[in-house]
Structures are given as C-alpha cells and as structure tokens.
Design a protein around this ligand. Structure first.
Ligand SMILES: [Zn+2]
Length: 200
C-alpha cells in the first residue's frame, strides 16, 4: 500500500537493498541470482513466508476499498495481507500482482520490526498502536519506506546479475525482461534505467 504520509524508517541505500534482495533470492534458488527466471512469489508467500520474510501471509477481504495489499506490523509477527483480487491475479502469474506482493514483502523484510517498536505505546493504561507519519515528499528517496519497498520488489524480481546477463552493448530488450522475469513493462523499464542500461 502506498500512502502520502509515511512512518519514519531506517534509511537504506539502493546497494544495501540490492544485497538483501539477492540474499533472499539465493535462499530460494542461487541460480536465480545469476540467470534470468521467475521468482516463485506465490510459493514463497504460501509456504515459506515466516521462514524467509519473517511474516505471516493471508488473503483478506477486509481491506479498505482500493487497497490491494498491506503489511501490518502491529501483531507479534508481521502480517502480509493481499486482497482476493490480487491473490487470484497472483495465481495467474499477472506481473502487477507479483510486484504488489513483493512490495509488501519488502515492507515486512526491511522495516516491520522497527515499525512495531516505534508504534506500540501505552495510552491510558491500554496498549495502542500509532505511528508518527511524515509527508513522503519531504523525505529523500532512500528514507522513504515506499521507495524502499518498490526497490526491494524490483531487485527480488529482477536480480542485478541476472538482468545484467541479458545486456548486449549496454542495452536490454524490455520484452525479454518482461517475459523471463514475469514483470510489467514499467517495472522492467524502471529496473533497466536504474542499472544504467538502455531499454529497447
Ligand atoms: Zn507500501
């Protein structure tokens, strides 16, 4: 989920996010770090979420209208929740749903524990959860949890070494990236540009 106002999180550089993403991919299948292939998003969420993402996965029809997924850091174990529509799209391997799921996984992996510690407080003798939020546009990219989650999703779905292996003369065929990694045109283009390559 992406909001205009976001909680403060530990700043993370692109390089650090890339390292953590590669570590996760290697835990699933080391060959996926270096050669193109589809990261098994659904399998990870359904069978290895707690072990690999430190979060429980659930499909929820109680998300607010328009919300496709969220990461809830208020519970003892962080929760990744996806709407039934996104879950169905994920089962069909729809690129946008794969990205949404890994965006929420990024929130879980990168800052769920910090958010829980920041948000839990005792008020009038009761335990409440409330996060101080700032406007996204006042943050630099690497301080923004939404930027961090998007970057994580892009890095997990298209690991640096694997995507670079497709480069010919500094350029990459966008449709090949889409097909081989199971990502959308815009996700592929963003990743290609961030790696300093040309898409064609
Ligand atoms: Zn988000």
């Amino acid at each position: 989920m992406t909001l205009d106002r976001v909680p403060l999180v530990q700043p993370l550089s692109r390089a650090e996010i890339e390292r953590r993403a590669n570590r996760l991919v290697a835990e699933i299948d080391p060959s996926l770090v270096n050669s193109p292939g589809e990261f098994p998003v659904l399998e990870v969420l359904e069978f290895r979420s707690l072990e690999l993402l430190g979060a429980e996965f659930d499909v929820s029809d109680e998300l607010e209208p328009g919300v496709e997924g969220l990461m809830d850091p208020t519970m003892n174990t962080p929760q990744i929740r996806l709407s039934p529509e996104v879950y169905a799209a994920l089962q069909e391997g729809i690129p946008r749903a794969r990205f949404t799921a890994m965006h929420e996984a990024g929130h879980a992996k990168l800052h769920a524990i910090q958010l829980r510690e920041q948000g839990l407080k005792v008020q009038d003798g009761r335990l409440v959860f409330e996060l101080y939020r700032v406007e996204r546009r006042k943050l630099r990219a690497f301080e923004d949890p939404e930027w961090q989650a998007n970057t994580f999703a892009g890095c997990v779905l298209m690991p640096g070494p694997a995507i670079m292996s497709l480069a010919v003369c500094g350029g990459i065929q966008v449709s090949a990236v889409q097909r081989l990694f199971g990502v959308s045109y815009s996700a592929a283009m963003t990743r290609i540009e961030k790696l300093g390559l040309r898409g064609y």
